[in-house]
Design a protein around this ligand. Sequence first.
Ligand code: FAD
Ligand code: FES
Length: 279
Amino acid sequence: MPRVFTAEIAGNAFLPEKDPVSAEMLSQNAQFKLLTLKPLSEITAPEPGQFYMIQAGTANDPLLKRPFSVYGLQHDCLGFLYRIRGKGTLSLSQLREGDTLQVVGPLGNSYPVPSGDFIAVAGGIGIASLLPFMNKYKKRAYLFYGAMKRDELVMLEEARELSKEAFFTTDDGSYGQKDLITDALRSFLSASQIAHQALRIYACGPAPMLKALSVITNAGGIVCYASLEEHMACGIGACLGCMVKVKIQKPEDRDKNKEWEYKRVCKEGPIFSLEDIKW
Ligand SMILES: Cc1cc2nc3c(=O)[nH]c(=O)nc-3n(C[C@H](O)[C@H](O)[C@H](O)COP(=O)(O)OP(=O)(O)OC[C@H]3O[C@@H](n4cnc5c(N)ncnc54)[C@H](O)[C@@H]3O)c2cc1C
Ligand code: FES
């Protein structure tokens, strides 16, 4: 059950650089932080894919909490991997150890259990949602992780360690293959033919990546679960501010085609079957 609780900041640090980088990339990770929260009361353990609404800043500005996927639960502390984007995440990045925050969660659904090996497709900070899932099912993921450039790829060492096989792409070629991650996946699927086409795909990333992915999965009839990153106001299903149009099968109409309906990403999601999403 989601709960409102107070948490103390146990750490809010820029990510340490572990991968070798060349001299001009010294600004690496200046925009990515790992936030560790120590809940001040008992909490419900989250499942990979679930998220929390976290107060951004100590005053009421910004007023609204922001959604973040749970990245880890260790020694009763909740971990969140986040990218500084706007006012809320900037305020969050300025909080210090010992500050307290209001947090709501865990919220939303979680990734369905994989039946065997699977494919994980992450775009940018979408890796934050997929790494805990890959940690739960170690060495079972063929990971496809892409970003625009090298300093937007984080936790590479961990990503490699948890994967069965990992593929990296950047749009500018500054790390891994110079390609879009969806194109790398397309090549992998066509080269590996039937064996890998039977694998389920779990994805999290920006909407254009998910849209391109849906073309591949729809054409190949591949089951794909995607976590959507919609803007959220309440996070608990009350404001209807995070609606997406999805296809649903009504129980009473099993013999008919699926129908379009609006669903709340915070309540019925954030994970949906990719083939059911209207882009
Ligand atoms: C279920 C869920 C899980 C998420 N998990 C994470 C996570 O683990 N780590 C992380 O860094 N971020 C995550 N996000 C995105 C995060 O919530 C936003 O980056 C954050 O709310 C931005 O707040 P802000 O005040 O800093 O930026 P704002 O000032 O609100 O926005 C700054 C810029 O970012 C864009 N933006 C804001 N929110 C989103 C969004 N949801 N999707 C796309 N663009 C957006 C705005 O359009 C604007 O251009 C998640 C979002 C959802 C819905
Ligand atoms: S954010 Fe309010 S209903 Fe989803």
